[in-house]
Design a protein around this ligand. Structure first.
Ligand SMILES: [Zn+2]
Length: 493
């Protein structure tokens, strides 16, 4: 009798992301109101962003420049003549009744971003970017904060410029999605287009997730679900993992596949760690898109694009290869420094330039400084020791003027007090020691340790170790390297 075993299935998670990034402009997309975060409600509005009739929007050229920078950094095509469209919603915090966005002609499209696969370091993932378009943000509903616990509307955020970056569905795991976002965030921070502060909503992520299931005889796809407004990388990862399991279970129970229901929008409940249904997704037609008659298309000239390209700051990848090439850092050290952000990379570069010792500079930064910053949850810009000071300290060690132990004492003192290198040495009683003094010290040690010297001469090389330690004890200012050199001259000479 034959038995049938349940056939094995293989399941692939298909993920595409939409990332809303708030551009770091001083003023809003179509009016002069400030975009500063955390101001009292409705103190940063005007007739244009309140959507009053009879007003006309004016395009903020800084927002165009920053959108171009993103396009250039992600190797995208910049679209001259990109248009503005109205996307209609009825939300209390959208005073115009529509959002000014870009529909079929976004400012930039067709790019890609590469990153290392977190689950397999040998693999470089390449994700295609479909498009990035400009749009204005909505206001904020303050639920339960009005009189009688009603809802109040704050329009400070209304009209703030956003760039929505849309990927193709090229990601295959929650870990990949997280790594992609980290890489994207690093790039955006390096080129300075956004502060990418997820807690303040400067970077928000929607994830489109479905499954491709290979059954023994056919391949099926589950309906696409869009998880909205994920505000941390951790939430992105958890929500995708949850959704993968939920869709697989749902498919096993119902067999439902793509096309049998409209795209669904779900929200992530971070407390319960589940996604919940928000609405069946509108198709594009429901938004009644049409070109905005108030705004002209944005023309980007060849000269303008060339100028932006010329001004584009170094990208993380370029920084990394520069650190490896110029300062001979390992791939690992260069990555660790670059991933900390542009301020850290610049700090390193100054230290290395002054000390002319890349490897030592990297060691101090990755081992001492990053550990302290991590403990204190501080940024390198808040670190009490300047890059110039660090450069002088590393140079003194590299030139054998200071040994590592004494350099650490100075470093510790600098954490407490802003002193010059000379002042710090004086305070710690670190004096430079003459070669005569070193030779005298050698003579004393040789006289006292005849047995150890004999051992060394008979091939016991490690016999000198205790002597160097002894010298250091007698005079803490002596450099072990210089002492060793002088000792060998006597012992071997
Ligand atoms: Zn305004």
């Amino acid at each position: 009798m034959s038995t049938t075993t349940p056939s094995a299935i293989s399941v692939q998670t298909i993920i595409g992301l939409e990332i809303h990034v708030q551009l770091a402009t001083c003023s809003k997309l179509f009016c002069g109101c400030s975009t500063r975060y955390g101001q009292p409600p409705n103190t940063q509005t005007c007739p244009i962003c309140q959507g009053l009739p009879g007003t006309l929007p004016v395009i903020n050229s800084q927002a165009i420049d920053l959108a171009m920078d993103v396009g250039l950094a992600l190797e995208m095509e910049l679209v001259s003549g990109c248009r503005w469209d109205r996307k209609h919603y009825f939300y209390p915090d959208l005073p115009k009744g529509y959002q000014t966005s870009q529909f079929d002609l976004p400012i930039t499209r067709k790019g890609r971003l590469e990153f290392r696969d977190p689950t397999n370091a040998e693999t470089i993932c390449s994700v295609r970017i479909n498009r990035a378009h400009l749009e204005e943000d909505a206001g904020k509903s303050l639920h339960g904060e009005g009189v009688d616990g009603g809802t109040w509307i704050d329009l400070n955020r209304t009209g703030t410029p956003l760039l929505e970056i849309v990927t193709e569905p090229d990601l295959r795991s929650a870990q990949q999605a997280k790594a992609f976002l980290q890489q994207l965030r690093t790039i955006l921070l390096y080129i300075g287009v956004s502060d990418c502060n997820m807690q303040e909503g400067s970077m928000r992520v929607d994830a489109n997730v479905n499954l491709r299931i290979d059954n023994s005889n056919e391949t099926v796809a589950t309906p696409i679900v869009e998880i909205k407004n994920l505000n941390s990388f951790r939430n992105v990862e958890r929500a995708i993992e949850f959704e993968r399991d939920r869709q697989l279970q749902h498919w096993r129970a119902t067999g439902e596949r793509m096309g049998q229901r409209p795209k669904q929008t779900r929200g992530w409940d971070a407390d319960r760690e589940i996604t919940t249904v928000q609405r069946e997704k509108e198709e594009a037609a429901d938004y009644r898109y049409f070109p905005c008659p108030d705004l002209p298309p944005v023309v980007l000239s060849v000269e303008q694009i060339a100028e932006r390209r010329g001004k584009l700051p170094r990208l993380p990848q370029q920084w990394k290869s520069d650190l490896i090439r110029v300062w001979k850092l390992s791939d690992y050290d260069a990555s660790v420094i670059v991933e900390q952000g542009r301020d850290m990379a610049e700090y390193f570069e100054i230290v290395a330039r002054i000390s002319q010792d890349g490897k030592r500079s990297a060691n101090w930064i990755t081992q001492e400084i990053m550990r302290l910053l991590n403990e204190q949850q501080r940024a390198i810009t808040q670190f009490p020791i300047s890059a110039q000071q660090m450069g002088e300290l590393v140079a003194a060690v590299a030139n054998n003027e200071l040994d590592h132990a004494r350099a650490r004492e100075i470093f510790a003192l600098w954490l407490e007090q802003p002193l010059s290198l000379g002042e710090a040495k004086q305070r710690l009683g670190i004096a430079s020691i003459s070669s005569d003094e070193v030779e005298q010290l050698v003579a004393d040690i040789v006289a006292q340790h005849a047995a150890a010297i004999d051992d060394y001469r008979q091939g016991k090389k490690q016999a000198l170790g205790p002597l160097i330690a002894q010298a250091k004890k007698l005079n803490p200012n002596v450099s072990p390297a210089k002492f060793r050199e002088a000792l060998l001259r006597v012992v071997e000479g």
